[in-house]
Design a protein around this ligand. Structure first.
Ligand SMILES: [Zn+2]
Length: 67
């Protein structure tokens, strides 16, 4: 798979933790962020990074899913 930004094949995968801040209208009680642990695919040439969240993480964001 090549980079979606610069088409380089020079990419590497890393484990990560990302704290996603919820907009005020999606806050649940006093919780204003969701910590997720995706694998991130980083382009070593341009820095473009992509990752996907698990379905359980999507639910924590209050994001409607197709399923
Ligand atoms: Zn790139």
């Amino acid at each position: 798979m090549s980079c979606l930004s610069c088409v380089s094949g020079n990419q590497a995968e890393f484990s990560a933790e990302i704290n996603i801040h919820l907009p005020s209208f999606k806050k649940q009680g006093n919780k204003d962020s969701v910590l997720v642990f995706p694998k991130v695919l980083v382009c070593a040439d341009c820095g473009y990074t992509q990752f996907a969240l698990e379905e359980s993480e999507l639910r924590l964001l209050g994001t409607p899913t197709a399923a």
